[in-house]
Design a protein around this ligand. Structure first.
Ligand code: MBD
Ligand code: FE
Length: 313
């Protein structure tokens, strides 16, 4: 028979005291959340008969996860970041908000403050010249009426050919493959960059350690992240996931969605390449337009206040 005590008055009082419910200081909201979390952890321990060894292993795991800065990586891996999108979609449907490019997860690898350019920019620092395939990316930002949005900020970031992101990968230059592009009078953004490779969790890291025990891989398809914002429009967090990638619909982070698949075209034409100013036989083209919803209120124009990395000058 399983022994259960978490429901008793003594234990409930203990948790209420531990979570600050008996004092007038601190944050009422945090007290509410902590009481629920502590009580639910206790219930899990009882219901699933968690052993001491299992419990302390979990404590050690969370220490290691945090020490490696991978909590924000395990969250999408467990489907929780995608769940937040599904929940917001459901709230939007309830509120009658629809249309526009679908949202999808931000992921843990954004860095604020990327260089700002007008209309077009080169995103790579040339360090993978001759190794990477040059990618010409462009598109138009429109409103839900189909009217181009001039002056929108397209803040985009992606991995290099090794699947690594600058800032987190210190071997890359600051802000490599990260830019903000202001759309021109036709609502257009244009970037010359390199074709990214898919991301894989560090095989030695704590996230992959958990995924291994769940019988799962930690791979993402090649993709490009976007924040798109413009006055009067709802902030959009989304990604283009590249067609043809073996992980397109087998993404460990569940970010690929219908409507977010980029039909990248590889062009084998030396003369066309020369016209484009590159000395390779092969390059890639990707066109992707975005549609922004109207902002229901001013706050909706801005991204969440999620803590994010900021490159130190
Ligand atoms: C990534 O590049 C990413 O986009 C997500 C969601 C998780 C890990 C790495
Ligand atoms: Fe990513």
């Amino acid at each position: 028979m399983t022994v259960k005590i978490s429901h008793t008055q003594d234990v409930q009082n203990l948790f209420r005291e531990a979570c600050g419910l008996n004092n007038e200081q601190g944050s009422p909201r945090l007290k509410q959340l902590m009481l629920r979390i502590v009580g639910d952890v206790a219930k899990i321990i009882e219901d699933l008969q968690v052993t001491d060894d299992e419990f302390w292993q979990a404590v050690d795991y969370l220490n290691r996860l945090g020490a490696r800065g991978e909590f924000g990586l395990l969250v999408p891996g467990l489907g929780l970041e995608h769940f937040l999108d599904l929940l917001q979609d459901a709230k939007d449907a309830e509120a009658g908000l629809s249309g526009g490019t679908p949202r999808t997860i931000e992921g843990p690898l954004y860095v604020a403050g990327a260089p700002l350019a007008e209309g077009q920019v080169r995103m790579d620092d040339g360090s993978e010249d001759g190794v990477a395939t040059v990618m010409f990316l462009e598109g138009v930002v429109r409103d839900t009426q189909g009217k181009p949005v001039a002056g929108a900020v397209v803040d985009l970031w992606h991995a290099n050919t090794k699947g690594n992101y600058s800032y987190f990968d210190k071997s890359q230059s600051d802000y490599n493959l990260r830019r903000r592009i202001v759309t021109d009078t036709e609502g257009r953004y244009r970037a010359r960059s390199i074709v990214p490779s898919g991301y894989g969790c560090d095989p030695q890291g704590p996230t992959q350690e958990c995924l291994d025990l769940l019988g799962r891989h930690g791979q993402r398809p090649a993709h490009i992240h976007f924040f798109i914002s413009a006055p009067g429009h709802r902030h959009l967090t989304t990604q283009i996931n590249l067609a043809g990638d073996q992980y397109l619909w087998d993404d460990f982070a569940y970010a690929t969605r219908e409507g977010l698949v980029g039909d990248i075209q590889f062009v084998e034409d030396e003369a066309a390449a020369r016209d484009r100013g590159i000395s390779a036989k092969r390059f890639a083209e990707l066109t992707f337009d975005f549609q922004l919803q109207k902002a229901p209120q001013a706050k909706a124009e801005r991204r969440s206040a999620r803590p994010r990395a900021l490159q130190q000058a």
